[in-house]
Write a protein that binds this ligand. Structure first.
Ligand SMILES: [Zn+2]
Length: 147
């Protein structure tokens, strides 16, 4: 069923239920529709934005594209905030990451939070030695060393 906002030639607004858009068109063309206020058979569909949106939402259960965009944007900003905190609280050791992580693990230097670059193989090797490594992709502009 479809509820349509209709309007007669005198501008009287009213609602009517139809099995389909097609049913409305047929009844309208056959003069079976009448304005309940003045009885005029000249009835047209009134354009009603909220009503159109509602019927669209009912027919289509897939999320609106704008919703997923908003979700992606809020995810991206949460990710950026997390990355900024991480950068602020770790020291960038760059290519020496694996070496520094090992030294800390074996007590050669004091423990501290570091970040840096390492290869997948190296990260795997560190983990095999019991060194916790968190693989993380930082936004490029945050990962530049400070001068
Ligand atoms: Zn009317």
């Amino acid at each position: 069923m479809k509820v349509l906002d209709l309007q007669c030639e005198h501008g009287h607004p009213f609602e009517a239920w139809f099995a389909s858009e097609q049913a409305f068109q047929e009844q309208s063309q056959n003069g079976m529709l009448q304005c309940p206020m003045c009885g005029s058979p000249s009835v047209v569909k009134k354009l009603s934005a909220p009503r159109l949106n509602l019927s669209g939402a009912r027919q289509d259960s897939a999320p609106e594209p704008s919703d997923s965009n908003a979700q992606a944007a809020s995810l991206a900003s949460a990710w950026l905030a997390l990355s900024q905190r991480l950068v602020a609280n770790t020291q960038d050791v760059g290519e020496r990451f694996a070496e520094e992580a090992r030294k800390m693990h074996y007590g050669e230097i004091e423990e501290r939070a570091i970040r840096g670059k390492t290869t997948l193989n190296e990260a795997q090797a560190l983990q095999d030695e019991g060194i916790a490594v968190l693989p993380i992709a930082l936004p490029e502009h945050l990962n530049k060393p400070l001068h």
